[in-house]
Write a protein that binds this ligand. Structure first.
Ligand SMILES: Cc1cc2nc3c(=O)[nH]c(=O)nc-3n(C[C@H](O)[C@H](O)[C@H](O)COP(=O)(O)OP(=O)(O)OC[C@H]3O[C@@H](n4cnc5c(N)ncnc54)[C@H](O)[C@@H]3O)c2cc1C
Length: 561
């Protein structure tokens, strides 16, 4: 059930067109990579591949970006990835930043959480925005690279024939059907994935109790706090739960649970829903005119495929897993999938990466999905307890939390954060790893820290790009000749940029970074001589307290095999 009351977003309509070079209904060009689905995951993957110079075709069934209210809260990790994809400057200034979430029992606050933040961060811990807007930014970025990204709108994947060399895809458009051949197909075609169905695959997991009504309204939001606010048993909805988010473009999103005995048809009637909105606004003392924009009924699912690689077909985003939305894991994890896959698939296409590298995509992202499902399911069960004893326990925790902070952690909705890939088959953990007293180990993402580079203040992640990065810590910025030679050797095997980070200020014009706040060395447990080898997606591959020049190339080769 979805009802649109007003214009949610200024959608741009995109025309369908048949490709040039059709012979007997088959495109004569063979594609290297095709992405089924131009949602956030498919678009992020296409831009990621383009960053590595790989041309990609996106087949999107619709004529516009997503319609209505979808994901609304984006993590710091997603913002870092959006920077790599070249859209952060359009996204960040137009969103609402927040870091605090509040939980109420009745009308009393019983718990609040603050997401990790400090002055050294480049991005806020969370940004409220519209999924439609972010998709639009990704589309515009793709349109600026027509030689690398070809988005074919109103082009629905209808059939998939998977073979040892790739796949033949039948595409339906309003102007007729055609077939194309590709070496690689990535299914980013959402929760009802056609590709998944055509390959005869099914997701495993559970569907949660609880039906949630989501309604976005347009209202003057000035002065209202940003961030997640959650009520249990509020005076406006006795016995129920209600979530409220402030969104950009003067909107509020209400997300409330239907009571177990509510008749769905009756409870979803607009006049019934509007009364609920009125009651909650009144409870908050907000007396402003409002109008509905969009509403929908939602049920939480916690499902995943067992594997995300099936020969030449890979799965990402909602096509691979469905996560309850509590804790903002849906779109954020879809973007992380795309970022993890882009460089691995690019390297496979360029002949630089082997089967193990591609398989690691599945291993790492299935692991991340299972972690996400575990956290999200806990949140979903707290919101809608599956049994009477579970509800009694939940209610007891809530009423004790106000006076006994030790119970408060049980309420924490565990907002999504990037999952450290601790057991990744790519991780290189030599004997030196255990000697670190601090810093991200292999599999973790880089920790942000201010850094000065070429005289300008910036951040550590400014040094990361679509390549491996070797971060060498030294007193004065010089790299010993054997290590410089080893890094040059490694760079001939795969794109690798070596960066030197000094503890002392550089001379004018020196080409190394400077730990000008003195925070980076301790944050990374580093000393002069320490080396971190970082993957193109910003996860640490290996680290050495005393860089051993002869270990760099083997670590890189093992990763690429
Ligand atoms: C009501 C609602 C509220 C949500 N709220 C949140 C939230 O607050 N936070 C959060 O993180 N997530 C939320 N989500 C989830 C989030 O929207 C998804 O996780 C996210 O969109 C996944 O991105 P995706 O690209 O994998 O899939 P999708 O966004 O579903 O994109 C799939 C794309 O594939 C296209 N497609 C489908 N079939 C075909 C085909 N056969 N051929 C070609 N193209 C095809 C579709 O048109 C679509 O553009 C919400 C979802 C819903 C429905």
């Amino acid at each position: 059930m979805e009802i649109t009351f007003g214009q949610y977003f200024p959608y741009k309509q995109h025309q369908a067109c048949l490709p040039a070079g059709l012979a007997a209904g088959v495109e004569d060009k063979r594609h290297k990579a095709v992405v089924a689905g131009g949602g956030p995951c498919g678009l992020a993957l296409a831009l990621g591949l383009a960053n590595h110079g790989i041309p990609v075709t996106v087949l999107e069934a619709d004529a516009t970006v997503c319609t209505g209210s979808r994901a609304g809260a984006f993590t710091r990790r997603t913002l870092e990835i959006l920077e790599q994809l070249g859209v952060i400057d359009a996204v960040l200034p137009t969103g609402l930043t927040w870091s605090v979430g509040r939980t109420y029992l009745g009308d009393r606050e019983v718990f609040s959480f603050t997401m990790p933040d400090d002055a050294g961060q480049k991005y806020p811990p969370a940004l409220s925005h519209l999924q439609n807007y972010i998709e639009q930014c990704l589309v515009e970025r793709a349109e600026a690279m027509p030689k690398l990204v070809d988005i074919r709108w109103q082009s629905q994947v209808a059939q998939v024939e998977h073979n040892a060399d790739g796949a033949r895809i039948e595409v339906q458009t309003p102007q007729g059907a055609y077939a194309l051949d590709t070496d690689w197909l990535v299914a980013c075609d959402g929760g009802r994935s056609t590709v998944r169905q055509r390959l005869g695959l099914a997701m495993q997991g559970q569907r949660h109790e609880g039906r949630y009504l989501i309604i976005d309204i347009r209202i003057d939001t000035s002065g209202l706090p940003a961030g997640r606010r959650c009520w249990f048993d509020p005076p406006s909805k006795p016995g129920g739960t209600l979530l409220l988010y402030k969104k950009p473009s003067g909107m509020l999103r209400f997300d409330y649970q239907l009571n177990d005995d509510d008749d769905e048809v009756e409870a979803c009637k607009p006049e019934v829903v509007f009364k609920q909105v009125d009651a909650h606004l009144k409870m908050l003392g907000i007396e402003r005119p409002w109008e509905p924009v969009w509403m929908s009924l939602y049920r939480a699912s916690a499902l995943t495929l067992e594997r995300y690689r099936h020969g030449r077909v890979l799965f990402a985003g909602d096509a691979a897993h469905l996560v309850p939305i509590f804790g903002v894991r849906g779109m954020n994890s879809a973007i992380e999938d795309a970022h993890n896959l882009a460089w691995k698939l690019a390297y496979a296409i360029k002949g630089m990466g082997g089967e193990g590298l591609l398989d690691s995509y599945s291993a790492e992202r299935v692991y991340a999905a299972r972690e996400n499902l575990r956290y999200a399911s806990k949140s979903a069960e707290f919101m809608a307890p599956p049994s009477r004893p579970a509800r009694l326990m939940r209610d007891a925790v809530l009423s004790l939390a106000e006076k006994h902070p030790q119970f408060a952690s049980l309420i924490n909705p565990r907002q999504h954060a990037a999952i450290p890939l601790v057991d990744s088959p790519l991780n290189h953990r030599g004997e030196q790893d255990a000697r670190f007293g601090a810093g991200p180990a292999a599999g973790e993402i880089l920790r942000e820290c201010p850094l000065q580079y070429r005289g300008a203040a910036g951040h550590l992640t400014d040094l990361i790009g679509a390549h491996f990065t070797a971060l060498y810590f030294s007193e004065l910025g010089d790299t010993p000749a054997p290590l410089a030679h080893a890094l040059a050797q490694a760079a001939s095997r795969a794109p690798l940029v070596a960066r030197s980070i000094a503890r002392q200020p550089p001379a004018a014009g020196a080409d190394f970074a400077y730990d000008h706040t003195g925070r980076l060395f301790p944050l990374y447990g580093a000393q002069p001589g320490t080396l971190y080898l970082v993957r193109p997606d910003g996860h640490v591959l290996a680290r050495w307290l005393d860089a051993a020049a002869d270990e760099v190339l083997p670590a890189l080769v093992a990763c690429l095999s």
